[in-house]
Design a protein around this ligand. Sequence first.
Ligand code: B12
Length: 501
Amino acid sequence: MAKVLFVNPVIREEDDPKHVPYGMALLASIIMREGHLVQVYDANAWRAGDDVLTQVVQADDWDVIALGGITTAYGAIKHIVGLAKALAPRALVVAGGGFLTSMPHDVMRLLPQVDVGVVGEAFLSFPELLRRVDAGNRDWASVRGLVWRDAAGASHLTPEQPLLDDIDRLPYPAWELFPLDIYFRNSTFGFSEEGMAAKRRLDINASYGCSLICRFCFHLGIAGDMEYVQKDGQPDVRFGYKRAIRYHSPRYVVELVKYARSKFEIDFVSFLDENLMTMHQSSGKTWLTDIARLWIEEGLQPQCVRDGVPHDPERCSGIHWGGTSHATLCSPEVLKAIKAAGCSHLLYGYETFSARVMKTIGKGATPATNERSLRWTMEAGIRPIPNQMIGFPDEDFDSLRDNIAAWNRLGLQVKPFFATPYPGTEWYQTYKASILEQYDGNLEEFLLDLGDATKVTAVISKKFNAVELYGLRELMVLRDVRRIDQYEREWNRLHANTAGD
Ligand code: B12
């Protein structure tokens, strides 16, 4: 049986560690079930530096060192694989997750220390890879869903691994392998009163997929979004509009929460699902209401909701929760049902209140559906958390003003994110040449620059440059429409000679 060390790279260095890496926790559980020997070093939770990482890498004769994460973890991953390869040259370094899936060949080129990559969903490919390791067989070409390098250094993608059909077959995540005391210390979530009072929060992913085709979004190749295509004479991946919507049964979800409560005494659940409402729609509007009903029947309903009193963390029992909703897909009925089961907040990617820009982002929402969902959510007693972005390709002065007008009308306080073309998104593909140009052709510089979209990275706005985007965002937050108008006149004067170019 293989000795596997998982390393969770640091993500969002400027913030405390708040999320047990769910995919890694599931993979650990799956391979332990198959008999492999697993250790986890959670570098994100410990934030302990290279001394400890060195000790961990040298602590055993690992057969496999496995790591992964989203694109913004690229810098940390690069560092770890460099160290792992130098200190444990016998171990097979395996990477997976969104950072690799979005650009498998590029990552294999940029990180020669990675021996094999798992592309997209790893539930089947990773255990299959470990079976080969056990058998001393390194013929990766016959395992689906991998990217590997031949002796000459060229990377190869094996045929696609079909997504797991019945996800209820998945074991529960191996949360116990991660330093939960650190995560519990950072349980609070500023999105609702109940979230702020949380002391023992865990995350749960109840579904995979989203029916929407937002051009700034990426689904990690695990939502049916990934296609295999021929590019420059070799297989490659492309991310399109196809979707496979998969969700755990309400029974599985509620049993998982009960398990987490009995084993780890949790008091809050944060649903990682991309969009809970997609699943509710595609189940014939039963999924969330069934979860809510079972939540109550199985004794998970918070006491404060049941008794209709304000939340008092000292007295309240039961489990509050939050997740991500969608403006066009929610309804007063479902919001009321989930509130009764303890839903305290819902995130809404409203992105913009400009009808013109909205038509260009693929979300299918309108300013009216945004406003309606905000009202419905508050009426249901759930706190809506609106996300906004600026710097869309078609951003203009009118759309900035539309947003300010909506914030004033609705009483919203927001500081928008910058629209960012993360790898794997449609806008990354569309604007790739211009993105690379902004980094002197150096893809890795772009990857290392990516963060949480609170700062400008690659600009995709056709009209505004980085300096203008920073300035305009500040003026928006200050609601300074007068200066935005002034700058529009200035902008038109400056560009008078280039108009129509
Ligand atoms: C939790 C989460 C986070 C956590 C951290 C996640 C982590 N530790 O990697 C936090 C809150 C930090 C975060 C932040 C952000 N996130 Co986020 N996040 C998620 C979320 C909600 C859940 C991820 C998850 O657990 N999925 C379910 C599990 C099962 O999937 P998984 O972990 O990817 O694992 C599977 C495979 O990918 C693979 N795999 C993963 N790791 C490994 C490792 C090995 C060894 C192997 C073999 C395989 C493998 O196998 C697993 C099973 O198939 C997703 C949305 C979603 N529902 O997926 C977005 C998502 C990943 N985030 C995204 C984005 C855009 C962001 C932000 C930029 C958002 C923002 N503007 O702030 C920031 C980045 C912040 C920063 N400075 O780095 C994007 C993807 C970005 C990208 N191109 O990679 C997603 C897909 C949301 C979206 N649709 O836009 N996020």
